[in-house]
Design a protein around this ligand. Sequence first.
Ligand SMILES: C[S@@+](CC[C@H](N)C(=O)[O-])C[C@H]1O[C@@H](n2cnc3c(N)ncnc32)[C@H](O)[C@@H]1O
Length: 184
Amino acid sequence: MAKVEMPIYDGLNAYVGPMQQLMAVYQPKNILEIGLGHYGYSTNVWLSDSQAKLTTVDKGDWKGFAVRFKDAYPDRFTFIKGLTDKVLPKLKREYDFIYIDGDHAYEGCKADILNCQKLLLPGGIILLDDCDVNFPSAVNVDDNGNPTIDMFGVGQAVDECFGDWQRVFTEINFANGGRAYAKA
Ligand SMILES: C[S@@+](CC[C@H](N)C(=O)[O-])C[C@H]1O[C@@H](n2cnc3c(N)ncnc32)[C@H](O)[C@@H]1O
C-alpha cells in the first residue's frame, strides 16, 4: 500500500505495472535512482513495492515529492539534489539495482550510464526507461522544472554502453522499450 498519494494519468499502469512486476521477482536491497520527476512515480514503486533503501538523485524536487517520500519512509529514502555529473562520481559502489531516468538526450544519458555502471555491485541490474523512443518528446524538465522537448538518445547510449552486458528480465514488458541489464 503506497504511503504517498500521487496523481493518476492515462498510461500510469503501463509504466508502473512492469516495475512492480520486477520488484515482485527481484527484491533489491539498495537502490539508486536517477530522476525523481515531478511526482516520483517510479520512486513510489521502489519504496512501496520493496523493502530496499533508495537513493534518488535529481536536480530538483519540483513539486515537493522528495519531502513527502522522506516523511513517509524516513529510514529508507535519501534524496540528493544535484546534477548527476557532480553527484554520481561521489557515490560508493554499493547498489544492486539502479534505475536511470534522468537526462534522455544522448550525451547526458551516456554519461549517466557510464557513471552508474561503476556503482553497481556484482550481480546487480541497471534498468533504463525509454530505450525505444526515437522522436522529440517532453519527458525531461529544465533547471526550473518546466517540461523540455528533447531528442531522445537513450537507445543509442544504451547500445553503445551495454554491448558486453546481458539483457535480463526480458519477459517483463517495460514501458517505452525499457530494458534491464546485468554484467555478463
Ligand atoms: C523523466 S523525469 C523522471 C521521472 C520519474 N522517474 C518518474 O517515474 O516519475 C526526469 C528527471 O530527471 C531530472 N534530470 C534530468 N537531467 C538531470 C541531470 N543532469 N542531473 C540531475 N537530474 C536530472 C529532471 O529534473 C527530471 O526530474
